[in-house]
Design a protein around this ligand. Structure first.
Ligand code: GRF
Length: 211
């Protein structure tokens, strides 16, 4: 991954299906210079997703692209359309922020080692859906957030960073998710800034942060 240079700003393509709090935090961190990058495009598989609205409010190009016939991933033509849109926007890093579909090999090959995701638990605990609910039901006292490179498994790629959030007495799924999301809004921009500066290398399962 080429880091940002004075002549060319590193370009992010964000994929999401939900309300877009991570995308908003990332776009704001780009706008205030905390992340040396620009959000080049936001794509969603949900036509009325908040993430598209959060992007448009910030004058970031935002598009709904139909996910096709597959329920859990993108079908072949849809995957090709996502890759084409990301390439057309000259994206350096694909940032998944609540994208509720499994990313398949076509997109991963097009952006090898350049797709990252945020997961609302301390992986490898509680992969998959509604990880905060899984944590609550399991009775853990501490959970958190993981940012990782995406591979073909579900939440299995090399871990880049983790941060904790306590589970407190009386927590509901909503209150715990809200606490986790506060942590997400801090950790994701920090990781993306480091990636944009070329400070993170991946070697097998290890990621190495360089000073
Ligand atoms: C976040 O909790 C993220 O960890 C999960 O989906 C949620 C997206 O939230 N993968 P938002 O749309 O960024 O507010």
């Amino acid at each position: 991954m080429e880091p940002a240079t004075p002549s060319r700003l590193f370009r992010l393509g964000i994929l999401g299906s939900g309300k877009g709090s991570n995308a908003a935090a990332i776009a704001d961190a780009c706008a205030d210079g905390t992340i040396p990058a620009r959000v080049a495009i936001v794509l969603s598989d949900v036509e009325n997703a908040g993430i598209l609205e959060r992007a448009r409010e910030r004058k970031v190009p935002a598009r709904f692209i139909h996910p096709g016939k597959s329920r859990a991933s993108l079908d072949g033509p849809a995957e090709a359309a996502y890759v084409e849109a990301l390439r057309a926007a000259e994206v350096d890093l694909v940032v998944m922020a609540g994208f509720m579909r499994i990313i398949r090999s076509g997109l991963l090959r097009a952006f090898a080692n350049r797709v990252v995701n945020i997961h609302p638990a301390l992986l490898p605990a509680f992969p998959g859906l509604e990880a905060w609910k899984q944590a609550l039901e399991h009775g853990v006292k501490m959970t958190g957030v993981t940012v990782h490179f995406v591979d073909e498994g579900i939440d299995t790629g090399p871990i880049i960073a983790q941060a904790t959030a306590p589970v407190l007495p009386g927590d509901t799924p909503q209150s715990l998710h809200a606490r986790i999301q506060e942590v997400e809004r801090r950790i994701y921009p920090t990781v993306i800034a480091a990636l944009a500066r070329g400070r993170i290398r991946v070697e097998g399962r290890q990621t190495i942060w360089q000073p």
